[in-house]
Design a protein. Structure first.
Length: 666
């Protein structure tokens, strides 16, 4: 309790400082609506990490279709180096590997609705820009760098080796067609690029975990079978003793999948156990017997994040979220846990996280966000008990003027429990509102989360309530919930979206006569399929970078280019042509009897623009030509450039206004 009272004053001062920054809030008077561009432009930073000695900050910055890594001096936030890769490559994950040196990989961004694709390249550079090295890349640049080039293998970082300023440990996965296929662990010199083999996995398709001594010790090997429409996933957990691997768990025997997450310095092995029914459990593992001891398991949701002590020896707690994020402390008596509680208490109704920390645990980078707060960074100094404000993600937006996001839950028509989020314009509570139903992309795996959503905030700023539901197939609610979305694109998933819409009407939130549906990627699919499933419910539909013809998914775009992609498509859509046709809005365009607007990126490799062109043609032939079609040059699976985003939202808002907003005839 003494620590809490000590912290309140300095943290309150830091928050007050944030409110007085010249760039914040004052730019737009309270009675002047924010512009579309205010919501469309990118945040000032994406993520940040402090160096092991606290001298530097590494901050990733989103420039649209490219992310760069900026190194700042912590003392005065002076920019020392901006690491920008050529050929529109983006900096992906980044890690401090010494007090002076940072390492990062390269990715290609495919659009806002698609995960960036790793190029396979890794780079290392000192904070001041010296000793910049491409340590892993494809091809051979010259004879002196031949050792750094690789073939089709992929590298991931396992450990930065605290105390070793030059080397790291990486996992290498080789394609099955290559010589020596499988998984290998190597030591990598981040200056010379020299790689030293340490161990190889017992079989193909394995992930390796290290022990407390940073030796390769565990391997989780997985396999899947797709026979006669039945999909079976299996896993095996091996322990390495010397050069021999011993099987200690097989899901085939007990139906439980075990995965080692981390071995801490005191030798505790933390693992995850998943029986495919309930959300996965988190616990410790007796590696001699394979016995799993549960520390935490939520009946509804998976663990989304683990909180570790600043010395990386103890699991402090876990974060899970059926609605708003919930922190459960595992070790409440730990000094770091008590510090976290004090920091969290200083930011009520917001999510507080230890973003990163120095090697001695004295300086902690603290991130704070909420449904109305786009994100802030503070630097807490343990020696002084003070928090220093560093950065705001969108300092041009005033959190006090943002709409609140309320988690909700309901039962679907088949009894399945669903969770979602309702954004209501500020000051508009208590009366039926025009509402935009906004299904997320995916649909298998992604989910909507509680937090600041600039798109939902834009819609709310124009008077619309926004409904987002985590339908079956969404991630984060356990494997069974996620797998329930397969072969349910047009049926069970749409039922969940429609049931959530009726729930909002019954709650008095939504005006039943002023409903439109809008989404991107799979959400774009739902924007056209939901009106087919329940005619008369929606007044308009806006499909953005959507999929409208299932058969085309099997022939065009980046998914069918890989065998794993084809397996996914077969599992999700089946092999029956009649079933695929029934699930394709483009083949049922005559049933879409409401106004439609469509938008796509001309360079979209996921939901290719031909999907949108086919949907537009089918609607036109059915006598319901779209009110507008955008095929945006240069853009991909979700627009990046601010002018393109402003144009998209300008036309979208005008479309909604005509049909359910102030400009509609009601």
């Amino acid at each position: 309790m003494q620590m809490k009272s000590m912290l309140y004053a300095p943290l309150a001062m830091a928050m007050a400082l944030a409110a007085t920054l010249p760039a914040a809030q004052a730019a737009t008077p309270g009675n002047t609506p924010y512009s579309i561009e205010d919501f469309a432009k990118h945040a000032s930073f994406s993520s940040a990490k402090i160096s092991p000695n606290g001298d530097y900050l590494a901050i990733s910055v989103d420039l649209g279709d490219q992310d760069v890594l900026t190194i700042l001096r912590t003392s005065d936030l002076k920019v020392l180096k901006v690491n920008q890769l050529p050929d529109k490559k983006s900096v992906g994950s980044f890690h401090w590997i010494s007090p002076q040196r940072v390492m990062f990989n390269a990715v290609k961004k495919l659009g806002g609705y698609a995960q960036p694709f790793p190029t396979g390249e890794w780079f290392a550079v000192n904070a001041d820009g010296s000793l910049a090295r491409p340590v892993i890349f494809y091809g051979t640049r010259d004879a002196t760098q031949r050792g750094k080039s690789v073939g089709n293998e992929s590298y991931s970082l396992l450990d930065t080796l605290r105390g070793d300023d030059q080397n790291v440990i990486m996992q290498v996965r080789y394609p099955r067609s290559s010589e020596g296929a499988g998984t290998q662990v190597v030591s990598l010199d981040t200056i010379s690029g020299r790689r030293t083999p340490l161990a190889r996995a017992p079989k193909e398709n394995c992930d390796i975990a290290l022990d407390a001594a940073k030796e390769p010790r565990f391997a989780v090997c997985s396999s899947s079978r797709d026979e006669s429409g039945e999909y079976d996933e299996r896993s095996e957990l091996y322990r390495r003793d010397g050069t021999n691997w011993t099987l200690i768990n097989a899901s085939k025997a007990d139906g439980k999948h075990l995965r080692v997450l981390r071995t801490t310095a005191d030798g505790t092995v933390y693992a995850e156990q998943d029986d495919g029914k309930l959300p996965a459990a988190l616990g410790t593992l007796d590696t001699a017997t394979g016995q799993f001891n549960t520390l935490f398991q939520d009946p509804v949701t998976d663990v989304s994040q683990m909180m570790w002590s600043t010395d990386d020896k103890r699991l402090l707690g876990v974060i899970n979220q059926s609605g708003a994020p919930k922190v459960t402390l595992i070790d409440e008596d730990h000094a770091d846990a008590k510090l976290y509680q004090s920091l969290a208490a200083a930011f009520p109704d917001q999510m507080v996280q230890f973003s990163s920390y120095t090697e001695d645990g004295q300086k902690i980078l603290v991130s704070v966000y909420s449904d109305t707060n786009p994100g802030e960074l503070y630097l807490f100094d343990r020696s002084t008990g003070q928090a220093r404000f560093l950065l705001q993600g969108r300092d041009w937006l005033d959190p006090k003027r943002m709409a609140s996001v309320t988690p909700f839950t309901l039962k679907a028509r088949d009894g399945r429990q669903l969770y979602g989020y309702l954004t209501v314009p500020k000051g508009a509570e208590g009366k039926p509102l025009p509402m935009i139903v906004n299904p997320h992309g995916g649909p298998i795996g992604p989910r909507d989360n509680w937090g600041f959503n600039p798109e939902a905030q834009l819609l709310a700023s124009r008077g619309y309530a926004v409904l987002q539901v985590n339908f079956r197939g969404s991630g984060g609610y356990g494997k069974a919930f996620e797998e329930a979305g397969h072969r349910q694109w047009a049926d069970g998933i749409q039922n969940d979206i429609l049931d959530a819409t009726h729930w909002a009407i019954a709650q008095g939130v939504a005006d039943k006569d002023r409903l439109c549906i809008y989404g991107g990627s799979f959400g774009g699919y739902s924007a056209l399929m939901a009106p087919i499933r329940e005619p008369g419910l929606f007044k308009c539909a806006f499909g953005y970078v959507g999929v409208y013809d299932v058969d085309m998914l099997f022939t065009k775009g980046d998914i069918p280019q890989r065998e794993s992609g084809l397996r996914y498509l077969r599992r999700t859509h089946g092999v029956d042509p009649a079933e695929r046709a029934k699930a394709s809005p483009a083949k049922r365009a005559a049933e879409v009897r409401i106004p439609v607007f469509l938008a796509a990126g001309a360079r979209d490799a996921r939901a290719v623009p031909e999907q949108t062109e086919l949907m537009a043609k089918a609607l036109t032939e059915a006598g319901n030509a779209p009110e507008g079609v955008i095929i945006q040059s240069g853009e991909m699976h979700g627009f990046y450039e601010v002018p393109a985003r402003v144009n998209l939202y300008t036309k979208m808002l005008a479309f909604f206004d005509r049909h359910i907003g102030a400009g509609s005839k009601r």
